[in-house]
Design a protein around this ligand. Structure first.
Ligand SMILES: [Zn+2]
Length: 196
């Protein structure tokens, strides 16, 4: 999933749990932050197996388990929820392209709805059909009706839960639109490259 979707899911989790634990702005933002922070591992892509950032340690379940354990040890509920927020990101990533869930197995696991077995086996061929290999992944997303409907559903749920449970922090929704803009800009930029 893209950063805006991960953030939206984090915001939903933060809003629901805020109802029970009455988080401060810092705690509330921290839960949202942990919902997308793992995607910054793209800067280390060149160190990843198959040059895929989802094979990195940061896209396994291990960091979330460590965060949850620390949260339990220091008895900080917001940190425990942040660990769950991180965990959900990794779980959600198994649905579209898959992720290296257990790390030590070094295998990309998950439903991997956006890529077929045939495409996976001949990935180099498919990537070679584009001027920028990133276009293959980007275009598969935007052509997928399941993926597009998931975007709409997640967005609507985010709006509903924030407005019901965390109205005072609803301005954080602005980050959703900033990250959505970033992804849309990238999408149309890739389209331009491929059309040129
Ligand atoms: Zn991710």
């Amino acid at each position: 999933m893209q950063i805006n979707n991960h953030f939206a899911i984090g915001l939903i989790l933060a809003s629901i749990t805020h109802y029970f634990f009455d988080f401060t702005l810092l705690e509330f933002s921290m839960i949202c932050f942990f919902s997308f922070v793992s995607d910054f591992d793209v800067i280390f892509t060149k160190f990843a197996i198959d040059q895929n950032h989802r094979n990195l340690f940061t896209h396994s379940i291990i960091p979330s388990i460590i965060i949850i354990i620390i949260g339990v040890l220091i008895n900080w509920i917001a940190l425990i929820i942040s660990g769950i927020s991180y965990f959900i990101h990794i779980l959600v990533d198994t649905f579209d392209w898959g992720t290296n869930l257990f790390y030590f197995g070094h295998r990309n696991v998950g439903l991997r709805l956006l890529i077929s077995k045939e495409e996976q086996e001949n990935l180099i061929f498919y990537l070679g059909q584009y001027k920028n290999p990133a276009s293959f992944f980007d275009f598969k997303r935007y052509r997928s009706k399941i993926w597009l409907s998931m975007n709409v559903i997640i967005f609507l749920l985010m709006m509903i839960f924030v407005l019901i449970y965390a109205l005072e922090y609803s301005y954080l929704i602005s980050f959703y639109f900033i990250s959505l803009f970033f992804h849309l800009y990238r999408h149309f930029h890739l389209k331009k490259i491929e059309a040129s």
